[in-house]
Design a protein around this ligand. Structure first.
Ligand SMILES: Cc1cc2nc3c(=O)[nH]c(=O)nc-3n(C[C@H](O)[C@H](O)[C@H](O)COP(=O)(O)O)c2cc1C
Length: 239
């Protein structure tokens, strides 16, 4: 069937129609958004390991396999001595017996917060799997050799970006940054073993790790591991 004049598929009548109505408000659009697609995995608390790192590793491997964009991106929340809370995205570098690893410059605001108050929180969101993980605990800077190794494992561009420094300070112009970056890149290319001395790897040693799983019937499951002495205690939380 062809779309004749006045048919809703006709671009003219569609434009008139759109002009006649207010576009939906952001508030309405936000409330109309779907949450998770069907076909989510499930979380059976009785089948979970005794330590959270093992379950976390399984979940992030599943997020990688599922093609979740940036599955290793996590929100790091910190609060310095003033109590003002700051949150930003950083990249997870590893999970090992020391904890959940990330890296940044020791003169950045987040590092200053951590120097004043080591307690921090990490949050991962893997929407395609209906999963969130929250990790809480104190953060410790690594020994210099570990930070150096992390720095040297970065790409040339990432090393140059770190060498530029001044993270989160006010910038006068984009050109000022471009010039600084070009200079840093040239230094990295001339000296492949050059290390930015403030670059620091940090490990968050968890005292609590919570796994949140949405389900197709909307009954979420929350499983929290907490340290009790040297052991982990597992328990369910009300969603
Ligand atoms: C996807 C993504 C990954 C990021 N990873 C890091 C990172 O691993 N380390 C880092 O210092 N900043 C990273 N950033 C930048 C931080 O979010 C932040 O802008 C910067 O570190 C300054 O934070 P601060 O002022 O709170 O110290 C990342 C940003 C995004 C969007």
């Amino acid at each position: 069937m062809s779309a004749g004049a006045g048919h809703p598929d006709d671009p003219v009548s569609r434009a008139e129609d759109e002009g006649a109505h207010e576009p939906p408000s952001l508030r309405d659009r936000l409330r109309a958004l779907p949450t998770f697609a069907p076909g989510l995995p499930t979380l059976d608390p009785d089948a979970t390991p005794s330590d959270p790192a093992t379950l976390f590793r399984a979940w992030i491997e599943e997020a990688i396999d599922a093609g979740v964009p940036l599955p290793h991106a996590m929100t790091l929340a910190t609060a310095g001595a003033s109590g003002e809370v700051h949150a930003r995205t950083v990249i997870l570098k590893d999970v090992d017996p020391s904890g959940w690893w990330f890296a940044t410059g020791s003169s950045s605001p987040k590092a200053r917060d951590l120097a004043e108050n080591p307690h921090a929180a990490l949050t991962f969101l893997w929407p395609a799997l209906g999963r969130q993980v929250r990790v809480i605990g104190p953060v410790t800077p690594a020994a210099p050799a570990t930070s150096t190794a992390d720095f040297l494992a970065r790409s040339e561009g990432s090393r140059a970006a770190a060498l530029v420094g001044h993270q989160s300070e006010a910038l006068t112009s984009r050109q000022e940054y471009r010039d600084a970056f070009a200079g840093a890149l040239a230094r990295v290319q001339r000296g492949p073993t050059l290390v930015e001395p403030t670059w620091t790897a940090y490990a968050l040693a968890p005292t609590s790790v919570e796994f949140w799983q949405a389900s197709d019937d909307r009954g979420q499951t929350r499983l929290r591991y907490r340290t009790v002495g040297h052991d982990w205690e597992k328990g369910l939380l009300w969603p």
